[in-house]
Write a protein that binds this ligand. Structure first.
Ligand SMILES: C[S@@+](CC[C@H](N)C(=O)[O-])C[C@H]1O[C@@H](n2cnc3c(N)ncnc32)[C@H](O)[C@@H]1O
Length: 274
């Protein structure tokens, strides 16, 4: 049976501490949450869900897993690990918020074997997939805006191409704790966007200044090139929100395109709780 690190966890309904007994977590008010067969815990009350099945679709998740497992975004992972080593060198608890199917979370667990690693995502299908990657991680369905973790319990939070809820992250971090936020820059996958959209508006994209709960201590722009064949390109297209936005006929890449060289462009920003 999977053992959760309950010292960090609180009930998503009443905020009281959670305890584990066999296959369930429960709080003093007797709110009870069963550990799923796959090894994750569902800590997302219905009132915190914005839709029936929030997050990426199963097709998007399968494409994301196949694409990421080929290592195309390994530099993004390395940059994030380097930022954690620099700004949270003695890390004991890391929460990967919006962990998706768990590619980065599982790598963080390998890189920081002595830390408690929590992977949280609003999408049950994603968290279910993530469980198979690494049983040592505390996987959970939860929303970034109401994390079921205790005040000040985390040394670091990662938000890999996902939502930053500044006030909530500040609650969860210990003083001096950090958020490593990865966001796409304006040139990210620009060659793919030119292929699938008639007009690509070149926009200057820079992470928004923090709202006052956290302060920015570093923000670096990184880029690298990747060359993808048709299968890899199709997966990349399927795993991004472009797949939902683009006209159906543009989802099929032209036959004349055996491969494409692309730009990966992203910001690695570090925010700190004062
Ligand atoms: C672009 S994906 C990134 C997934 C993963 N970090 C990666 O890079 O492979 C964004 C993720 O955020 C999750 N998400 C969206 N809204 C969320 C919320 N309010 N709370 C937690 N996760 C959320 C989605 O389900 C999705 O898995």
């Amino acid at each position: 049976m999977k053992e959760f690190h309950c010292q960090n966890l609180i009930c998503p309904l009443c905020g009281e501490p959670l305890h584990q007994l066999d296959g369930s977590l429960f709080c003093p008010r007797r709110h009870t949450f069963d550990i799923a067969r796959q090894g994750y815990i569902h800590l997302l009350p219905v009132q915190q869900k914005h839709s029936l099945s929030p997050g990426d679709t199963p097709d998007m998740l399968a494409a994301r897993r196949a694409f990421l497992d080929e290592g195309h975004y390994l530099p993004v992972c390395r940059d994030t690990v380097n930022a954690i080593r620099t700004y949270a060198p003695s890390i004991r608890t890391l929460i990967d918020v919006g962990c998706g199917e768990g590619y980065y979370t599982a790598r963080f667990a390998q890189e920081f074997p002595h830390a408690v690693i929590i992977g949280a995502d609003i999408a049950k299908a994603a968290v279910r997939m993530a469980c198979a990657r690494d049983r040592s991680v505390d996987w959970m369905t939860a929303t970034a805006s109401h994390l079921p973790v205790a005040d000040g319990c985390a040394d670091a939070i990662t938000a890999m191409f996902s939502l930053v809820c500044e006030e909530e992250f500040a609650r969860v971090l210990r003083p001096g704790g950090i958020v490593v936020e990865i966001t796409a820059g304006s040139d990210h996958l620009i060659e793919l966007k030119r292929l699938i959209y008639d007009d690509v508006f070149e926009q200057h994209k820079h992470p928004k200044p923090p709202q006052g709960f956290l302060r920015e201590i570093s923000c670096e722009r990184h880029s690298f090139r990747l060359t993808l064949d048709r299968t890899q390109l199709t997966r990349l297209l399927q795993m991004t929100p472009h797949t939902l936005r683009v006209r159906p006929e543009r989802r099929v890449l032209p036959d004349t395109l055996p491969s494409l060289s692309l730009t990966a462009d992203y910001f690695v920003r570090v925010l700190q709780k004062p």
